[in-house]
Design a protein around this ligand. Structure first.
Ligand code: AMP
Length: 291
């Protein structure tokens, strides 16, 4: 495990605990990137960040049934462990924790990590129980992997806010770092779900980053009303034939609508369906962005 060997594949909780202890001997720092697998550049950028900051890096690959509603894509979600292992190897991952469903949930849980009101808005409004599933599995993974640092992507904006809050509220001894959104050349955020898009849908999906660019442009030109900014973004999506779930300008830590004039660090977050594929994205109103 020196970053040059192939990653060690670990499939059970006891083996992962042992691998973590070994990785952390002598005061070495362990970085961790939880994923649903089917790795792409977005995930791998988090691995790079963890490697920069830590001596050893573990990732988890687990399609967590608890965060999918019955009508969502749990069964169809793409899975390819061999491909993931090879990508992880290329990026110097030391440990790949890939438990099966039975290992993580030998019986239906009776104890959950349930978000407060931060989990009710935005994605939480259309995906009830989603964040309960996310926070519960992240807490379980933290307890098994025991990382010093965990890196999450800003792509899943509300998730990143909730995970940080959970770590604080539950005094989890882990540092949480958030990493920038990795995008395709045309601006679409890289996502495992992009592969559901056919060619026409993929072209229409450009409206997603385009709508965020429009919101930033409107802000640059002086629009300061959160509602008006949201409407500007929504229009771009609707013109592209996307079915908009929400486009909202929010304060990053509270997810509440900011007062007018909206401050530059407010975030415009959106979810929209292109065909059957639900895409999410977000950007600050002004300042650094990968758009
Ligand atoms: P997922 O496998 O979709 O659960 O994603 C695992 C982690 O990768 C989460 O912290 C995501 O926010 C992050 N992630 C996914 N896509 C991207 C992206 N395009 N840029 C940066 N981080 C990402």
């Amino acid at each position: 495990m020196n970053g040059e060997d192939a990653p060690r594949l670990v499939e059970t909780i006891p083996d992962m605990r042992a691998a973590s202890l070994e990785a952390r001997t002598g005061g070495r720092r362990l970085g961790f990137v939880p994923t649903l697998g089917f790795l792409h550049e977005g995930h791998l950028s988090l691995v790079d960040r963890a490697r920069e900051r830590c001596d050893r890096v573990a990732i988890s690959i687990f399609v967590n049934p608890a965060q999918f509603a019955p009508d969502e894509d749990y069964e169809a979600y793409p899975r390819d462990l061999q491909r993931d292992l090879s990508l992880a190897d290329d990026r110097g991952v030391d440990i790949v924790f890939a438990p099966d469903r039975e290992e993580m949930y030998p019986e239906p849980p009776q104890a959950w990590v349930v978000p407060g009101s931060l989990g009710d808005r935005l994605d939480g409004a259309s995906r009830p129980d989603h964040f309960r599933g996310v926070l519960t599995v992240v807490a379980k993974l933290f307890n098994v992997v025991r990382p010093d640092l965990a890196v999450f992507g800003r792509k899943d904006f509300q998730q990143s806010v909730l995970v940080r809050r959970m770590a604080r509220d539950l005094n989890v001894p882990v540092e949480i770092e958030l990493a920038p959104i990795v995008r395709e050349e045309d601006g679409l955020a890289v996502s495992s779900r992009n592969q559901y898009l056919d060619d026409g849908e993929r072209r229409r999906a450009r409206a997603v980053p385009e709508s965020l660019r429009e919101v930033r442009e409107a802000y640059r030109e002086g629009e300061r009303s959160p509602a008006a900014l949201g409407r500007r973004g929504r229009r771009v999506l609707e013109e592209a034939g996307a079915e908009v779930d929400y486009v909202e300008v929010v304060t990053p830590d509270t997810l509440e609508t900011p007062p007018e004039p909206a401050p530059p660090e407010s975030v415009c977050a959106l979810a929209a369906r292109i065909g059957d594929t639900r895409l999410i994205d977000n950007a600050r109103l002004a300042g650094p962005t990968t758009l």
